[in-house]
Design a protein around this ligand. Structure first.
Ligand SMILES: Cc1cc2nc3c(=O)[nH]c(=O)nc-3n(C[C@H](O)[C@H](O)[C@H](O)COP(=O)(O)OP(=O)(O)OC[C@H]3O[C@@H](n4cnc5c(N)ncnc54)[C@H](O)[C@@H]3O)c2cc1C
Length: 432
C-alpha cells in the first residue's frame, strides 16, 4: 500500500527576471510603463506537432509541461475566447488531495506537490495559500467514513487530521456546532489544502508556455476535427484549418461536443455548477470549510469576500448560469452552518459547465481515434488537478503511454466495467 509518490521532474523552462524584486521596483518608479505583454498574441500556423484545443487550466498546463519536461514546443493552444474565461476562472479555487481511492490520492497529491512549487516553476504570483481544508461530519457513520478516508491518506504518506467538536470551534468560532438540524460532531483537516488565485493560474501557465515558444492563440474556435485514414490529422478553426500529428482535447464542459466531431460518444453529461461571492468583510475565516450534511463549502478570498457554492443544479445544459432553487439551497445550508452569514450581501453569482463522468473521476486517455488525446471529465473538481493533469497529459502525448499516476483514468474503464470506486462502495455504474 505504501507506494512512494513519484519524484517531481525538475522544470527545464528558462526562468526570467520579469517579476524580480528589481524589476518591480524599477517599474514602480517608472509608473509601470515598461511592461510588455505577459504572453505573445500568436496567430495560427498551418501545421504543428501538437494542437491543444482549450486554453483553460488543463490545456495551458499541458502545453507548459510539454515544453518543460519533454522539450516539445511545436505546439499551439487554441482557445475560442480569451484565456481564463472558462472554468479555470469560474471556480472556487480550492486545492486538496483528500481522496479515498489510492490511485486518486496519488494523482491529487502529485498535483498538490506541484501547487506547492508552482510559483517558483512559473515565476508568477498565483497566491497559493495552504490555509487548510476542513470537512465537517455530523453523524457517527459519517465520522467512520471520513476516518477510513483519512487512514487511507496517511497510509500513503499524505497529511490528514481528525478534529473533535472543541477543536473545530477553536479553528472556526463562527460555526454553529449545536443548533443546526445536524449538529457538528467534528471534522477532518488537511492542513496542506487551501486556495490558489484561479485566473493567475491561467495567466501564469500561458506566460510560461508562451515564453517557451508555444503559440497561445485566443479567439480561435475549433469547429471540426480533420480525420483521414481513421486517424486525426488536424483541426478546422474559425481562422482556417491547422494540421497536427496529435490533437488533445482539453475543453472541460465541452468535451462531449468536441469528441462528437470525431464520431465519439463519451460517458459524460454536461451540467451547470454555480458559485457566489459576498461583499468584502474583515478576515473571519482562515480555512476552507465544507458542510457534511448538505453540499455547501466556503472560504474567504484575500479581498475579503466569502466565496461559496454547493452542488450542480442537476439538469443537462451548456448555459453558464444557474437557477434560483439552487441559490436557495446553498443559502439555507450556509446559514444553518454559519448563522452570521445571514447578514451578508451577495455581490456576484455565476455558473460554469461541468463535464460529469459517471464515476466522478476524470479522463486522461488516448481515444479510439489514433492521435486524439482526451483530458476531460473533471466534474466539479478539476481546478486542483491542473498541475498534475497537465503533467500527466503531456507525458501521454510525448511518450505515447500513460503516466503511472494517471493510468487509472483511461477512457476504456467505462466500457470494461472498472470505474474508479472513489467512495469504496463497489464497481457499479453511476457511482457518482
Ligand atoms: C462554480 C465552480 C466552482 C468550482 N470549484 C472548484 C474548486 O473549488 N476546486 C476544484 O478543484 N475545481 C473546481 N471547479 C471545477 C474546475 O473549475 C474545472 O474542473 C476545471 O477548471 C476544468 O478544467 P479547465 O480549467 O481546463 O477548464 P476551462 O477553463 O473551462 O477550459 C476549457 C476551455 O476550452 C475552451 N473551448 C471549449 N470549446 C472550444 C472550442 N470548440 N474551441 C476552442 N476552445 C474551446 C473554453 O472556452 C475554455 O476556455 C469548479 C467549477 C465551477 C464552475
Amino acid at each position: 500500500m505504501n507506494v512512494p509518490h513519484p519524484r517531481l521532474p525538475p522544470p527545464k523552462v528558462q526562468r526570467s527576471n520579469r517579476y524580480s524584486i528589481w524589476r518591480l521596483l524599477r517599474e514602480g518608479l517608472r509608473s509601470q510603463r515598461g511592461w510588455s505583454r505577459a504572453w505573445a498574441k500568436a496567430s495560427p500556423r498551418a501545421r504543428y506537432r501538437v494542437v491543444i484545443v482549450g486554453g483553460g487550466g488543463h490545456g495551458l498546463s499541458t502545453a507548459f509541461h510539454l515544453a518543460a519536461e519533454h522539450g516539445i514546443t511545436d505546439v499551439a493552444v487554441l482557445e475560442r475566447g480569451p484565456i481564463g474565461l472558462g472554468n479555470v476562472g469560474r471556480n472556487t479555487t480550492i486545492i486538496r488531495s483528500n481522496y479515498f481511492h489510492p490511485d486518486n490520492i496519488r494523482f491529487y497529491e502529485l498535483s498538490l506537490r506541484l501547487w506547492e512549487r508552482l510559483e517558483r516553476d512559473l515565476n508568477f504570483n498565483a497566491m497559493v495559500s495552504q490555509r487548510g481544508t476542513l470537512n465537517l461530519f455530523h453523524t457517527e457513520a459519517q465520522r467512520d467514513l471520513f476516518t477510513r478516508r483519512a487512514n487511507q491518506m496517511r497510509l500513503l504518506g499524505v497529511d490528514a487530521e481528525a478534529l473533535d467538536a472543541a477543536k473545530v470551534r477553536r479553528l472556526v468560532p463562527l460555526v454553529d456546532l449545536e443548533n443546526g438540524r445536524y449538529p457538528v460532531l467534528g471534522g477532518f483537516l488537511q492542513r496542506r489544502g487551501g486556495t490558489v488565485r484561479h485566473d493567475a493560474v491561467a495567466w501564469g501557465y500561458a506566460r510560461a508556455a508562451s515564453a517557451a515558444g508555444i503559440d497561445v492563440i485566443e479567439h480561435c474556435e475549433v469547429t471540426g476535427l480533420t480525420l483521414a485514414d481513421g486517424r486525426v490529422r488536424g483541426v478546422q478553426t474559425a481562422r482556417g484549418p491547422i494540421e497536427a500529428d496529435t490533437v488533445c482535447l482539453a475543453v472541460a464542459g465541452h468535451s462531449s461536443v468536441l469528441a462528437a466531431m470525431a464520431g465519439l460518444q463519451l460517458p459524460i453529461e454536461t451540467h451547470v455548477l454555480q458559485a457566489f461571492v459576498s461583499e468584502p468583510v474583515k478576515p473571519l475565516l482562515d480555512v476552507v470549510l465544507t458542510y457534511g450534511a448538505g453540499h455547501f463549502y466556503i472560504s474567504q478570498s484575500d479581498k475579503g469576500g466569502l466565496v461559496f457554492g454547493g452542488a450542480i443544479d442537476g439538469y443537462n445544459t451548456y448555459a453558464q448560469r444557474g437557477t434560483l432553487p439552487m441559490v436557495e439551497e446553498v443559502a439555507a445550508a450556509g446559514v444553518t452552518l454559519l448563522p452570521a452569514l445571514a447578514r451578508l450581501k451577495v455581490l456576484r453569482q455565476w455558473g460554469g459547465v461541468m463535464d460529469m463522468t459517471m464515476d466522478g473521476s476524470p479522463i486522461i486517455s488516448r481515444t479510439p481515434v489514433p492521435g486524439l488525446i482526451l483530458n476531460g471529465g473533471w466534474c466539479y473538481g478539476g481546478f486542483k488537478a491542473i498541475p498534475a493533469g497537465g503533467l500527466t497529459t503531456a507525458h501521454l502525448i510525448a511518450r505515447g503511454e500513460p503516466h503511472p499516476c494517471a493510468e487509472h483514468l483511461d477512457l476504456g474503464r467505462f466500457a470494461q466495467g472498472r470505474p474508479v470506486d472513489e467512495r469504496g462502495v463497489g464497481p457499479f455504474a453511476y457511482l457518482h
